[in-house]
Design a protein around this ligand. Sequence first.
Ligand code: HPA
Length: 272
Amino acid sequence: MIGIIGGSGVKVSDLLADPIEQTTVTPWGEATVWRGHFAGQRVLFLPRHGPGHKVAPHAINYRANIAALWHAGARQVIATAAVGSVNSAAPPGSFVICDQFIDFTVGRQSTFFGPPVPPAPDDSWDLLLARCAEVVHTDFTEPYCPNLRYHLIQAATELQLPHLQAGCYVCTEGPRYETPAEIRIFRRWEADVVGMTGVPEVALARELGLCYATVALVTNMAAGLQGQHLAHTDVVALMRQRGQALQDLLKNALGRCRKGAGPGCNCRGERS
Ligand code: HPA
């Protein structure tokens, strides 16, 4: 089943028909997942910031979120993310199908692996927790699922949505926005977009063998690159303005995922 992670400005009511809310107690804490239908198929939806968008980026329980999606049956996850752009080829309103990330976060719980393993709420977690007891070094040569990325790129191309087929996402700790000096560094690093929530989500998904891709929606040019200060209200306003385009993109991509043709991936592959 496909799970969609909704970032800022993406609500369950925007996407799901007949949604049913389900709170899952995971070994890492609680998370809320919605079951419903989108584009004619059963999907899961997880609001990244919790119901009512109450949890700030640095305080999100990423492990509970990813574990809850896994437990609910998601094996493919498409994450949406509001981002600032550091690349003039990705102006506000455009999409970026991320292919790399740089981790600029500090102090987040960023892995399921290694002792101590938390207690299992019930025996449905036993197998997963047995794996989590190991010390594992996950391959990140291809951080985002190439198969999901392929479908998202095909969808954006068919719908003629302005997009970059690849892009490097810098994840900052937040909740503050960046300084112009930080943005200058990210540009020198050849990054494309900056956000606060992509990491460790992407890494945790890979640890559980989930296919995971991020479709980033550019809501603003990053700090110092636009002639005005940044405001969260502007970010949310842009997300709402482009909400229909994002829904169309997800719908089209989901249809393609269901049909199955694509380059395939190794997201569940051998880890060393
Ligand atoms: N920086 C970090 N996160 C963001 C931005 C930004 O400029 N825009 C939307 N999310």
